[in-house]
Design a protein around this ligand. Structure first.
Ligand SMILES: NC(=O)c1ccc[n+]([C@@H]2O[C@H](COP(=O)([O-])OP(=O)(O)OC[C@H]3O[C@@H](n4cnc5c(N)ncnc54)[C@H](O)[C@@H]3O)[C@@H](O)[C@H]2O)c1
Length: 254
């Protein structure tokens, strides 16, 4: 049994996978959770291949039993020191045509699942002392993205979950933070926008390129490290200056 368990939800994705690799260096075991069994297995296998200890768990954040399933899976190894929620439901459609089902799915997979997961570990005595709970947020929590109302709303709510829990759980010495990526070149983004389009956009970004999943994971690694023991309720932006570049007034000076 160990008090250095890490749990990554969405470990089969680019950002979640990078977080799992980053946390594997200073945790004894990483529980790689994904709703896609093959992705969960492959995330765990890639850690095992590098000599780390890892276990795959297939579970869907949209399910009511999700939080209890993940807590039971993690407790088999010991108490959790670090946990990352890195999943979202992102459908692109005009708001007038967006279904209720899609908006509800975004809210359930994002803020509701993160809340239930974090609560299950706190109330179920499954966290190590000084544990770090991290949500992967989005700039769209405050800067709405046209054609993505459910995703925007979910990230806005997720940000408030982070702030509220950080406040309520500080006396328990449980830290709750968000790491907020800008535009990260992942397989999912290539699928949504097409590689050619992203190749054209890349030099137009403030730093002349997209961010990488490893750069997001480095911030997660910091937030979960001893160096960040006084960091809670924070939003660490890893966006290459994207948010700072957004204030362009229509017809205004360049
Ligand atoms: N890629 C970006 O540019 C970007 C920018 C800002 C924020 N984010 C956020 O980062 C997080 C991860 O994004 P990504 O680009 O790595 O995504 P991704 O699509 O590469 O990976 C997501 C992973 O989560 C899994 N997943 C999806 N729904 C799930 C569910 N209901 N239950 C369990 N697992 C589920 C998928 O199978 C996949 O393996 C999301 O919260 C997203 O909003 C991404």
């Amino acid at each position: 049994m160990s008090d250095r368990v890490a749990v990554v939800v969405g470990a089969g994705g680019d950002i979640g996978g990078a977080c799992a690799h980053r946390l594997a260096h200073d945790h004894n075991v990483v529980l790689c959770v994904d709703r896609d069994e093959a992705r969960a297995e492959s995330a765990a296998a890639s850690l095992l291949a590098r000599g780390h200890r890892a276990e795959a768990l297939t579970a869907d954040a949209a399910d009511e039993a999700f939080a209890d399933t993940v807590r039971a899976g993690a407790l088999a190894f010991g108490r959790t020191a670090s946990m990352v929620h890195a999943v979202a439901h992102e459908e692109h459609a005009a708001a007038a045509g967006m279904s209720r089902r899609s908006v509800v799915q975004s809210l359930i997979v994002g803020p509701v699942a993160a809340f239930c997961l974090f609560r299950a570990f706190v109330s179920g005595d499954a966290l190590a002392g000084g544990a770090s709970l991290v949500a992967i947020g989005s700039l769209h929590a405050s800067v709405p993205f046209p054609g993505c109302v459910g995703y925007n709303a979910a990230h806005g709510a997720l940000a408030q979950i982070v702030r509220t829990l950080a406040n309520e759980w500080a006396p328990r010495r449980v830290r709750v933070n968000a790491v907020v990526p800008g535009w990260i070149r992942t397989a999912g983004e290539d699928g949504l926008y097409g590689a050619d389009h992203l190749d054209r956009v890349s030099p137009l970004l403030p730093l002349g390129r997209f961010g990488t999943a490893d750069e997001v994971a480095a911030a997660v690694g910091y937030v979960c490290s001893q160096d960040a023991h006084y960091v809670t309720g924070s939003f660490m932006t890893v966006d290459g200056g994207l948010a700072a570049s957004l204030a362009r007034l229509p017809g205004g000076a360049a």
